[in-house]
Design a protein around this ligand. Structure first.
Ligand code: APR
Ligand code: PHB
Length: 389
């Protein structure tokens, strides 16, 4: 089999890239190791930057988002009992869209089905070959049979644990990593959200976040030690801890209910450079991971896809490869900005075991500056809603 761009991974990055390319007549094949149902069963974040919203509109995958998504023009950060609102509209004239990644993925699958896109699910033993030549190819197994996919380029959209990043020679890769000394215990519940806007809480007991998916589906998180396991946390224990970390007058409005999903995720910051090697281009979580505090994971995948899709389209339409040559440097410039924001908010909002009283005072003062300084509000808001592409 042959295609123009072989896409490894059918998550948000792979699906959005395939859709934007197919719309412009660039042929793709998406190789995904899981089933479609499995991909759609993943619970991930739910805040879309304005750039991501625009891309999904361009991709013809925005109708349900525009109908069911919730535009948010602010969010709250708390310090013990104090509620601090950051007004995105006032600070930078923009907003975000609250709409679950699961729904984004569902919309992208529907858009790809509409174009008759080629997705191969259940692939195993994917191997990238000859990526340093003009004739790369991918081999994989499907239902016990060996297959070979000839292509011009390979887009590695296979996430942090995929094969693409590791297909770049170790000597070529420069990797940066920061592991945080805690995780997030997340709960999804069919209950009305605590508040109409997101609340990020800094409390001596630890960080908490009150988010939502829709008027009857709430998403909550509490910071937990890395040693904790999901089975250590009953629903009652979770609700009690979440309530304890929110300002008292707000916590009184918390509507609890049975968890329909409960999981613990570790927090890390990770970047690999370069994001291109020969015919292989890394995109999304395959190249970088952010702590979820800044809600940047999906949105960075979207900006990578924007740069890469523009590069491929110019290559095939006008034989202009400058976009492909500039891809890694352009994508990384935005990645590092989001890395700084995500690290900064994570550091400001969480309880670090090694923190001294001085460190905790720094957190307090940073939050008080955010509460009173329009310049601090603007810097936070511009990064949260998404820096320009
Ligand atoms: N072969 C084929 N597919 C693979 C392989 C492989 N060897 N390894 C992983 N995959 C698939 C995974 O099953 C997954 O569906 O690649 C896809 C990668 O998707 P994501 O991990 O979602 O990464 P990405 O598309 O970059 O989206 C980033 O999704 O998971 C969130 O936190 C993440 O918000 C971020 C966003
Ligand atoms: C979520 O709704 O899952 C969510 C929202 C904002 C974040 C992280 C997660 O920063």
């Amino acid at each position: 089999m042959r295609t123009q761009v072989a896409i490894i991974g059918g998550g948000p990055a792979g699906l959005l890239l395939s859709q934007l390319l197919n719309q412009k007549g660039v042929e793709t094949v998406v190789l995904e190791r899981q089933s479609r149902d499995y991909v759609l069963s993943r619970i991930r974040a739910g805040v879309l930057e304005r750039g991501t919203v625009d891309l999904l509109q361009r991709a013809g995958a925005s109708a349900r988002m525009m109908k069911n998504g919730q535009p948010h023009c602010g969010c709250y950060l708390t310090h013990d009992q104090q509620m601090i609102r950051v007004d995105f509209a006032e600070a930078c004239g923009a907003e975000v869209m609250v709409y679950g990644q699961t729904e984004v993925t569902r919309d992208l699958y529907a858009a790809q089905d509409g174009l008759g896109a080629t997705h191969i699910h259940g692939v195993e033993n994917v191997v990238l070959h000859d990526i340093e030549t003009s004739k790369p190819y991918v081999t994989y197994d499907l239902d016990g049979a060996a297959h070979r996919l000839e292509c011009d380029f390979i887009a590695g959209c296979d996430g942090f644990h995929g094969v693409s990043r590791k297909s770049i020679p170790q000597a070529v890769r420069k990797e940066y990593e920061k592991i945080y000394p805690f995780g997030w215990l997340g709960v999804l519940s069919e209950t009305p959200p605590l508040h109409e806007e997101l609340i990020y809480a800094n409390h001596p007991r630890g960080f908490a976040l009150a988010s939502m998916r829709n008027p009857m589906l709430s998403r909550y998180y509490v910071q937990v030690p890395l040693s904790d396991r999901v089975e250590d946390w009953s629903d009652d224990a979770f609700w009690s801890e979440l309530r304890a970390r929110l300002p008292q007058d707000v916590a009184e409005g918390l509507v609890t209910g049975p968890s329909i999903e409960k999981s613990i995720a570790p927090l890390r910051s990770f970047v690999t450079e370069p994001m291109r090697h020969g015919a292989l281009f890394l995109c999304g979580d395959a190249a970088h991971i952010v702590p979820p505090t800044g809600a940047k994971g999906l949105n960075l995948a979207a900006s990578d896809v924007h740069y890469l899709s523009e590069g491929f389209i110019a290559h095939y339409d006008q034989s202009d490869s400058t976009g492909l040559e500039d891809y890694s440097q352009k994508a990384l410039a935005r990645v590092w900005q989001a890395m700084r924001f995500s690290w900064s908010v994570t550091t400001m909002m969480h309880h670090f075991p090694e923190h001294t009283a001085y460190d905790r005072e720094m957190q307090r003062v940073e939050l008080m500056q955010l509460a009173s300084n329009p310049t601090a509000q603007r810097l936070f808001a511009e990064n949260y809603v998404g820096l320009p592409y």
